[in-house]
Design a protein around this ligand. Structure first.
Ligand code: NDP
Length: 247
């Protein structure tokens, strides 16, 4: 990868895992262009923290389910920052419901955001990477996408789709020097999981061998590794980071 390709594109970078990834990649020396959907205050905070690391930040209000908005964001990033070297897709939502009660909206919101969103972000970014013959993609999946989770048929399907997408992409673009991997976290302490009841949290903790939820920074450390040359021979992999919950 050229010296100039220290530009990272992070979807869902304003909160949770995406926020931790944005800050970690900034600490690694990457300029960070990140998108969020609604929380401008959180995005401004991340922008400030990224800039404090001595690199550039570009926050963008973009709905990843909207292909046109995403394409504009990618174009703007390349215009303002230059070549994108790494893409991390972290934007994601849950709308849990047992299948028999699941509405069309609950299904479509999750699949459009989580799976279509990855397609929308990766397509323009990978096209540019292919021309340069370098780049790296890290897509946030979930252990729910590997093993399935009750009340999450929509979410599990979207996250399993991301794994298929990532493996196919790895095979497709490896010869261009582009790597693509998926990270499948277990339960990570973010606003997404803070919505759980205390009883549900306590029950869940008992099923985790390490007896704690993961921290967003721990997932960011793994993403940072995958984005680095230390992971130069890793592609098409699904790396679980789950405290052993799936053992
Ligand atoms: P959070 O809810 O904490 O943060 C989600 C982020 O995505 C926010 O920045 C949010 O922006 C953004 N976002 C949501 N929808 C859109 C959209 N349509 N367009 C653009 N941005 C959007 O989630 P987590 O950090 O917990 O999760 C991050 C990823 O990791 C997700 O893909 C999730 O499925 C996955 N994951 C999380 C686990 C966990 O335990 N937390 C476990 C396994 C996987 P805004 O605030 O503006 O809406």
């Amino acid at each position: 990868m050229s010296e100039h390709a220290r530009v990272a594109l992070v979807s869902g970078g304003s909160r949770g895992i995406g926020r931790a990834v944005a800050l970690r990649l900034a600490a690694d020396g990457w300029d960070v262009s990140f998108c969020y959907r609604s929380d401008a205050e959180a995005a401004t905070e991340v922008e400030k923290l990224v800039c404090e690391q001595g690199v550039r930040a570009l926050p963008a209000k973009v709905d990843v389910a909207n292909a046109g908005e995403v394409a504009d964001w990618v174009r703007r990033t390349e215009e303002e920052f230059g070549e994108i070297g790494v893409v991390v897709t972290s934007a994601g939502i849950t709308r849990d419901q047992p299948l028999a009660l699941m509405s069309d909206d609950q299904w479509q919101d999750v699949v459009h955001t989580n799976l279509d969103g990855v397609f929308h972000v990766c397509r323009p970014a990978v096209f540019a990477m292919m021309k340069r013959k370098a780049g790296c993609v890290v897509n946030l999946s979930s252990v729910s996408g590997v093993y399935g989770n009750p009340t999450q048929t929509n979410y599990s399907a979207s996250k399993a789709g991301i794994i298929g997408f990532t493996r196919a992409l790895a095979k497709e673009v490896g010869r261009y020097g582009i790597r693509a991997n998926a990270v499948a976290p277990g339960i990570i302490d973010t606003e997404m999981t803070q919505a759980m009841t205390e009883a549900a949290r306590a029950k869940m903790l008992k099923s985790i061998p390490l007896r704690r939820f993961g921290a967003a920074g721990e997932v960011a450390d793994l993403v940072s590794f995958l984005a680095s040359d230390r992971a130069a021979y890793i592609t098409g992999s699904v790396l679980q980071i789950d405290g052993g919950i799936t053992v």
